[in-house]
Design a protein around this ligand. Structure first.
Ligand code: PNS
Length: 173
């Protein structure tokens, strides 16, 4: 059985990686698909190409995992690619209502089933938006994201991280 793990992945987090790793042991193959909308391009920190690069690096060790992108309705992608199941992660009860709505809409629109995998509790509070917020202040996000995301965030906010490091380095007397 094939699965598609759709999302914005701006950038991929350790919670996403946890869900993806668990799914790769269950499904024959999993495609991580960045869903993008040309009209919403400016709303992301990372460009589509940057997100795809990060994803390819972060998932390179998972043999049955591929990376793709699509700019349209998820149900159209599922039909076009004949991919089977939509995979989504759940962190906490707060995710459930939103995910339930999307899952029902996708089933109504395209008769596609959604399977949920629970992320480990240690990732309950980690989201791409929180990681972006912390990184924008030069905070330590290395535990919360895979190395590829951490490196890319570090480059994006190089000036903030350098300033923070300068401020915390003791000056010689
Ligand atoms: O990572 P996110 O932002 O929670 O992912 C949401 C996503 C991209 C899976 C969802 O917005 C989506 O499927 N977008 C594609 C357009 C679509 O099919 N919309 C109808 C279902 S909400």
């Amino acid at each position: 059985m094939k699965a598609v793990f759709p999302g914005s992945f701006d950038p991929i987090t350790s919670g996403h990686m946890d869900v993806l790793t668990r799914a790769s042991r269950i499904f024959d193959s999993v495609t991580v698909t960045v869903m993008h909308n040309a009209r919403k391009q400016g709303r992301h920190l990372f460009t589509l190409d940057e997100r795809l690069d990060i994803l390819r690096t972060a998932t390179g060790h998972l043999e049955n995992v591929g990376v793709d992108s699509f700019g349209g309705l998820l149900v159209d992608y599922m039909a076009q690619e004949q991919k089977g199941i939509i995979l989504r992660g759940l962190r906490a009860v707060s995710d459930y209502e939103y995910e339930l709505q999307i899952a029902h809409l996708n089933r109504q629109l395209g008769e596609v089933e959604t399977v949920f995998i629970m992320a480990a509790t240690r990732w309950s509070f980690v989201s791409s938006s929180m990681v972006r917020e912390i990184a924008s202040y030069g905070g330590d996000i290395r535990e919360m994201v895979p190395r590829a995301s951490a490196d890319a965030l570090r480059v994006k906010y190089a000036d903030v991280y350098e300033e923070r490091e300068r401020a915390s380095t003791p000056t010689p007397d």
